[in-house]
Design a protein around this ligand. Structure first.
Ligand SMILES: *Cc1c(COP(=O)(O)O)cnc(C)c1O
Length: 369
């Protein structure tokens, strides 16, 4: 990414003039440690669990917040050849990495204003409506079709489909999306049946239905291509995925101050923690502006070499206090890991696993190992 303003030489030395430039010169106080091996292993395991189908990857929203360019490079190395983004800006961001060797599908379709870019892009639109179909058809270029099988979000209604609609079109993937794959409800089978009926009409070269949780619903749901997102990045929405999905992202923060509390001392905004005994706390350089939201106040957990360090008081914008009782050796400048197993963190905070991972802020440096 190019900095918006360049540094200027002054008699006091070089001054950083953009956030990205500042990040490259000044050591961070909080980071996200990202595990390349876990990401690759998660994709391989989801690919294997997809049986005869091949696994692709949903990489929308900056690869669920983790950093799309690094994620795409690692997934291509692992063997992934089919990527799903939300819009054309996201397709553009990875064009140089994906062109000529992978399929990229733009899930939100193609608006009239997207056409000049879309027509010269190697990515394909997922056509979601009759209007989009009419818009794209004259180009004769490849596209995908989204079928509304019952989620009623994007996609063409099964009743509106007829074979002649698609004559002369190059349709790569005929797809639909499951609304409740993380639950055992009749809607999964309903959507499966409606999708199959639509496939008699839509002449796609390939077929695709399952997201991460859908892969665990069984082989009937696999078709030719699966589209995991959350589970690539460590999310587990069905028990069957628990043993094969590894945590990818661990936020880490530096202790920038240690202080000793007396019994009765209060911590943080609105004094939501009152010490009932004397003990030390550490102040971390991370807060809700980094996506560690206030739902973790007095509930979240940090870890240092196995020692459990609970969050005390309310999470601030840029700061968190943790109880250091069990780790008296910690000092200012030491780093601690955030307990960010998505299943556990979701229960603690009341946020979904999706919200937790996509919400991690840009101030946290992404550090791949
Ligand atoms: C986001 C998305 C996916 C991936 O879903 P996960 O639940 O994250 O695995 C797959 N398909 C479509 C159409 C999506 O929008």
């Amino acid at each position: 990414m190019t900095p918006k303003r360049l540094s200027t030489k002054t008699n006091k030395g070089t001054i950083a003039r953009s956030m990205s430039e500042a990040k490259s010169i000044i050591p961070p106080t909080a980071t996200i440690k990202l595990d390349s091996d876990a990401l690759a292993a998660n994709w391989r395991n989801l690919d294997r669990l997809s049986g005869k189908a091949k696994a692709g990857a949903a990489i929308k929203a900056n690869a669920y917040g983790l950093g799309v360019r690094a994620v795409v490079q690692k997934l291509i190395t692992a063997g992934c050849t089919d990527f799903f983004v939300a819009n054309w800006q996201e397709a553009r961001e990875i064009e140089d990495l994906t062109v000529g060797k992978t399929s990229v599908s733009v899930l939100n379709g193609v608006r009239a204003v997207d056409m000049p870019f879309a027509l010269q892009s190697p990515a394909k639109p997922v056509l979601n409506s009759m209007e989009q179909l009419d818009r794209w058809k004259p180009s004769g270029k490849a596209c995908d079709i989204m079928i509304n099988s019952g989620m009623n979000r994007l996609g063409m209604n099964v009743e509106d489909l007829s074979g002649d609609l698609f004559t002369g079109m190059q349709i790569d993937i005929a797809m639909s999306h499951l609304a409740c794959a993380d639950e055992d409800v009749p809607q999964n089978e309903d959507q499966l049946a409606r999708f199959k009926a639509a496939l008699d009409i839509v002449p796609g070269k390939r077929t695709s239905l399952a997201n991460s949780a859908g892969i665990a619903l069984g082989s009937e749901y696999h078709f030719d291509l699966t589209r995991p997102g959350l589970s690539l990045y460590g999310g587990i929405q069905r028990p069957a995925l628990a043993n094969m999905i590894k945590q990818v992202a661990i936020p880490q923060a530096e202790i920038i101050q240690i202080r000793s509390l007396r019994a009765g001392d209060r911590v943080g905004y609105n004094a939501q923690y009152i010490a009932n005994r004397p003990h030390d706390i550490g102040i971390l350089a991370m807060g809700y502006a980094d996506g560690y939201l206030r739902g973790f106040s007095n509930i979240g957990l940090f870890i240092h070499e196995g020692d459990r360090l609970p969050v005390v008081g309310r999470v601030s914008m840029d700061l968190i206090a943790i109880d250091l009782t069990v780790a008296p050796g910690l000092k200012e400048g030491d780093w601690v890991d955030c307990q960010f197993d998505l299943g556990i963190a979701s229960l603690q905070s009341g946020l979904s696993q999706y919200e937790l991972i996509t919400g991690l802020g840009n101030r946290l440096a992404r550090e791949w190992t």
